[in-house]
Structure formats: C-alpha cells, structure tokens
Design a protein around this ligand. Structure first.
Ligand code: SF4
Ligand code: SF4
Ligand code: SF4
Length: 272
C-alpha cells in the first residue's frame, strides 16, 4: 500500500482545495470540480504505478474532456487565455481565474508543466497524431508564443475599451473559435513539422505563464549519473527535446518538460 501514498496524498490536497473553496465561496461546484480532477490524476498515478502503459492518456481524456465539454461547452466557461483576461479585468475570481492560478501560474512551482502532460484538451488531441517524437531538431520559432499571448491580451483589452455589449456571449464564441483555431493550427503544424507537440513549442500563449514558473518546479525528472551509461535513449523518446541527463535547472529545454515520464519508462538502467 505504501507505493500508493503519493496518489492518495495528491487526492487529499485536491480535496482540501475543493473544500476550502466550497466553504469560502459557498459554491458546492468547487468540491465536485477539484474532487473529480484530483480523483482522475490519482487514478492515472495508480495506473502508472501498476505499469499500465496508457495511464497518462486516460488522465488526459478524463480531465481534458471534462474541461472542454462540461466546463467549456455545457457551462459556457471560457478557459482559454482570453477567458482568463476577461475574468481578470472584470475583477471576478471565479472558475477561469482560479483554474489559471492553480494549473498554470502558481501550480507549476510544484508540478511544473504537468498540466501540459496530463490535462490540456488541445494536447489531448495532438497526442493521438503519428509524430510522438519530433522528426527534426527544434526550430527557433518560440518567439511566436509571445505574439499570440499579446494578441489575446489586446483582443480582450479592446473589448473593454470599446465597451462591447454581451461580453459573456462574445467570450463563449471566442472559446469555440479559439479551440477550432488551436486544433486546426496544431494538427497542421504537427504534420508539417512531423512533431505532435509543435504547437506547444512555438505557438501556445499559455507557456508564457508556465515556462518561468516551471523553472523552479519542485517535481522534476533527474538523472542518477552513477547509473547512466549515456546511451541517449531518454533524449530520443522525449517529445519536448529536454536534455534530461543534465540535472541543472538551466538544462536545455528544461522548462518544456511535461512530466510524461516516457524517458523514465525507457531508460534501460533505471537512472531517471
Ligand atoms: S503548451 Fe499549450 S497546448 Fe500544449 S499542452 Fe501546454 S497548454 Fe496545452
Ligand atoms: S536513457 Fe538512461 S542510461 Fe541512457 S542516457 Fe538516458 S538516463 Fe542515461
Ligand atoms: S520524456 Fe522525460 S524529459 Fe521529456 S517531457 Fe517527458 S518527462 Fe520530461
């Protein structure tokens, strides 16, 4: 039972967050929401411990579909970055702002880019495409993410400056159009560059929040140099081109690690 301590602990942390928000905000939804997400992640960890090879994909589907379909399409909550700016400018500390604070701004100090490996509904689809590891070295196109970040901010700021009416309706349509654009662009790029995660590497604006925070992540993959035989397999299986054998925080593409643990599973010496 000892080996299940971490998932149980994680579930308790999510339950504690859910109960706190339920009691402070007087909304039972938070208890349901955090129990569901914590339960899904804990289930995935248990499956991983039991060496089930699709454990991560199951968590991606459970959390990603819940957020896209239930929160986004049914509850009309815009969880895209435009939704975050909208609720932030409105001074509303509700679902989307809480979601960003927990999963994408402060959470990465603890679990790095775990969101990108286990919960993102864009990557949930991209990870089904055929190019699980990049066919070519990374391109110097990471600057595009700052442009998309600025565009999302400018879009919402313009709506406020122009005193646009029916902002809730606009935000819902922005959620639909934004997701269609993300999927179309992500799938096209994956095939063009033969890399499922090309969208994550070059375009996604959310990484502007996550990369600096995940630099300090408590949870990270490290290498036992005594065991490592420098075979390079970990780098070959990494979808994000991380130099995982370098233990320093400045390692190449270190803030890109999505904690998928493919390197850990594939290391022949158990060095990671
Ligand atoms: S980089 Fe963006 S699109 Fe990719 S997994 Fe992370 S949040 Fe999702
Ligand atoms: S796969 Fe393992 S042994 Fe091979 S280089 Fe990576 S850490 Fe070292
Ligand atoms: S393969 Fe290893 S280094 Fe690469 S993203 Fe996954 S966990 Fe991180």
């Amino acid at each position: 039972m000892k080996k299940y301590a971490v998932p149980v602990l994680l579930l308790l942390v999510f339950l504690a967050v859910g109960v706190s928000l339920w009691l402070t905000k007087g909304n039972l939804f938070y208890l349901f929401n955090f129990s569901y997400i914590g339960g899904s992640i804990a289930l995935g960890m248990i499956l991983f411990i039991r060496r089930y090879r699709h454990a991560r994909r199951i968590v991606q589907l459970l959390v990603g579909l819940y957020m896209l379909v239930y929160l986004g399409l049914i509850n009309r909550e815009n969880m895209q970055i435009e939704g975050f700016w909208y609720y932030l400018f409105s001074g509303v500390f509700e679902a989307a702002t809480i979601h960003y604070a927990v999963a994408k701004i402060f959470g990465p100090l603890i679990f790095g880019r775990g969101w990108c490996g286990y919960a993102c509904w864009t990557a949930m689809v991209l990870d089904f495409l055929p190019y699980k590891t990049p066919a070519a070295p990374r391109k110097k196109l990471g600057w595009i993410r700052y442009v998309t970040f600025a565009c999302s901010l400018a879009f919402v700021a313009a709506l406020f400056l122009l005193h646009a009416g029916n902002m809730e309706g606009i935000m819902f349509r922005a959620f639909i159009v934004g997701n269609i654009l993300y999927y179309a662009c992500g799938i096209a790029l994956a095939f063009a560059l033969k890399d499922n995660r090309a969208f994550c590497k070059y375009i996604c604006p959310i990484t502007v929040f996550m990369k600096p925070m995940s630099y300090f992540s408590m949870i990270r993959v490290t290498c036992d140099k005594e065991k490592c035989v420098s075979c390079g397999k970990c780098k070959r299986v990494c979808m994000m081109d991380v130099d995982v054998t370098d233990n320093s925080r400045k390692r190449k593409n270190g803030t890109e690690c999505v904690l998928c643990l493919e390197c850990v599973k594939n290391c022949p010496k158990g060095a990671l």
